[in-house]
Design a protein around this ligand. Structure first.
Ligand SMILES: C[S@@+](CC[C@H](N)C(=O)[O-])C[C@H]1O[C@@H](n2cnc3c(N)ncnc32)[C@H](O)[C@@H]1O
Length: 246
């Protein structure tokens, strides 16, 4: 077994092989882990949109989920998640990883199926000069205007796939514009809450052209997206939970 890194949460250790074309876990995964641990109940059926290395799907299984469905647009992420799943001795837990743009690979059998749907979504905005080619793992982090496509899909479509008492857990950042996120939550969910809000330093994929874009958007609509503190570029992060609207 090849292991490039170990992700730990409490007494859970997850051995991970990484791949240059697949997102490697960052502080976002570390932070959402504690929310997953509070929301997942033994026997739950869960869905993750945006598997990456599979780290959070594997964590969900180790926290007691009995069926873990995972989606990612990146075929290499599906293969890596399957590899990491088996290397962590999870043969007893049912898994179903599908290559999918957004939720498109879900079908009628998935409607009303999940206790929890979660995501650590990509946040980079798409520029006009964007080519469809993916030459690095960061290219899979580009997610439409304002970096909102995956987040908006989670907020507007995932309730179809939740059980009546199911929950959504997702991350949103000020980079995507908070007003739009709040409006989507109010439109699509009867009940939602911010479980945690923190500031974090921009991660490496947030290069200068993106920072220029966020500062320009800030001048356009007055929403704070990124700010300098003690020489570090920070943004605000929300860990959001919402309940099925029925
Ligand atoms: C920030 S990474 C999170 C990976 C992993 N869950 C973690 O926490 O480390 C976002 C993931 O979403 C995937 N992704 C991006 N756009 C997508 C889309 N349109 N449909 C499905 N997955 C997408 C990327 O390939 C990437 O693996």
């Amino acid at each position: 077994m090849q292991t490039d890194t170990v992700f730990t949460f409490g007494d859970i250790s997850i051995q991970l092989q990484l791949h240059p074309m697949v997102w490697a876990p960052t502080a976002f995964a570390q932070n959402i882990a504690s929310h997953l641990a509070k929301l997942i109940k033994p026997g739950d059926q869960v869905l993750e949109l945006g598997l990456g290395s599979g780290v959070l799907a594997i964590l969900a299984a180790k926290l007691g989920a009995k069926l873990v469905t995972g989606l990612d647009i990146n075929q290499q992420a599906i293969a890596l998640s399957q590899y990491n799943w088996h290397n962590n001795g999870l043969e007893m837990v049912k898994t179903d990883f599908r290559c999918s743009n957004l939720l498109q690979a879900l079908g009628s059998a998935d409607i009303g199926r999940f206790d929890l749907i979660f995501s650590n979504p990509p946040v980079l905005p798409e520029f006009e000069c964007f080519t469809q080619e993916q030459n690095s793992r960061n290219d899979f982090e580009i997610s439409g205007r304002d970096g909102r496509t995956v987040l908006d899909t989670m907020l507007s479509q995932s309730s179809t796939y939740l059980k009546p008492d199911g929950h959504l857990l997702t991350i949103a950042t000020s980079l995507q514009g908070w007003r739009e996120t709040e409006s989507m939550l109010n439109t699509h969910w009867h009940q939602w809450e911010t479980r945690q809000m923190i500031s974090m330093e921009l991660t490496d994929e947030c290069t200068q052209p993106y920072i220029d874009f966020w500062q320009q958007r800030e001048r356009e609509d007055g929403q704070k997206r990124v700010y300098l503190q003690n020489g570090r570029q920070l943004h605000d992060i929300w860990f959001l939970q919402a309940k099925h609207p029925r």
